[in-house]
Design a protein around this ligand. Structure first.
Ligand SMILES: Cc1ncc(COP(=O)(O)O)c(C=O)c1O
Length: 332
């Protein structure tokens, strides 16, 4: 709040003909912590996805096929929606972009069948958020890496939900043996203000030479100031380590509860503070009861309780959740 207020008193917007000091500081920090080399700042996640689609088309292959996964979510603007696999979000807006297909998530046979010389890019969520916290498997990632060596497509890590420490590592892909060409971030990066980014390396650094892409408010100085504080706290001061530690505690306690209530809980899965509890039937009732108890969660994919605590959550907050969740489970 202090940083934001100070920045509003300095200036809250400058024409995008100019680069501001806070944009530079934020961009340099983003690059340092992601080990990428160039950045374009956006206002949201879906805009970062659109920018990545343009980058692939410009650098890689204008005709090539772009692949994403079944159960994926990449946003609601036209290109991002074309990559997304939720039919209910898409059906009233078709036809969407051509040359986009889906690979069945974690299915190596389908992956090998779909990737070829004509593949321009694969958009990847390493932990799928919207469709119920589905974690990608090591062997699926290894096969993608192997296929990339052969076909040289772009690997785009959509870390809009799973980045900036959410999973207990800087980015969800840090759990795997892979180095994406393009990384997308948004959501928590602005500490609640609208901010996102596309980070590139290698040949993709040339995607947005001056004048090729643009945004009036992308990289707004007030949002960037918040972003600097977020990066300092999460990476500089090590909040990401507390997410890893507390996330492990949280998941193991939830597994205890699942052993106690096997007729209600099917599965507990997650990384850090990105956790899914799969229930044996619709989870709306649990969500509603928890809201009455002042605990906010949501139900994704009908039967997965998605728990995304703020990164600043303490052990006390987690215990508060566990106590209330236990009470709700007992009442069902
Ligand atoms: C993985 C992923 N990609 C993209 C988006 C779209 O981001 P935004 O809502 O900021 O446009 C989201 C939002 O939920 C997301 O979870």
């Amino acid at each position: 709040m202090e940083a934001i207020n100070d920045q509003i008193n300095r200036f809250s917007h400058v024409s995008n003909f100019f680069i501001t000091d806070v944009q530079l500081e934020f961009a340099e920090k983003l690059l340092k912590y992601s080990e990428m080399s160039k950045v374009f700042l956006t206002n949201s996640g879906t805009e970062a996805v659109e920018a990545a689609l343009k980058a692939v088309r410009r650098i890689k292959n204008l005709e090539g096929e772009i692949l994403s996964f079944t159960k994926s979510y990449h946003g609601r603007t036209y290109g991002a929606l074309s990559l997304t696999d939720r039919i209910e979000y898409k059906k009233e807006f078709e036809p969407l972009l051509p040359q986009i297909s889906k690979i069945t998530f974690n299915d190596e046979d389908d992956l090998i069948k779909k990737v070829n010389d004509n593949t321009a890019a694969i958009f990847m969520e390493f932990v799928q958020g919207e469709s119920g916290i589905n974690i990608i498997t090591d062997c699926f990632v290894d096969t993608i890496t192997r296929l990339k060596e052969k076909y040289d497509f772009a690997i785009i890590a959509d870390c809009i939900q799973s980045g900036i420490g959410r999973t207990g590592k800087p980015y969800a892909f840090n759990y795997f043996n892979i180095k994406p060409d393009i990384v997308l971030v948004a959501k928590s990066i602005g500490g609640g203000l609208p901010l996102g980014a596309i980070l590139t390396r290698g040949v993709y650094d040339e995607a947005f030479s001056y004048g090729v892409h643009g945004s009036t408010f992308g990289g707004n100085p007030v949002s960037c100031t918040a972003g600097i504080v977020v990066l300092d706290e999460v990476f500089g001061k090590g909040l990401v380590n507390s997410v890893a530690e507390l996330g492990e505690y949280f998941i193991s306690e939830l597994r205890e509860l699942s052993n106690k209530f096997p007729s209600i809980i099917n599965d507990v899965r997650g990384l850090g503070f990105m956790i899914g509890v799969e229930t044996t039937s619709d989870c709306d009732e649990i969500v509603n009861q928890l809201r009455e108890r002042k605990v906010l969660i949501n139900c994704t994919n009908q039967n997965v309780i998605r728990i995304l605590p703020p990164l600043i959550a303490t052990k006390n907050d987690i215990d508060f959740f566990l106590y209330n969740f236990h009470e709700v489970l007992k009442s069902l």
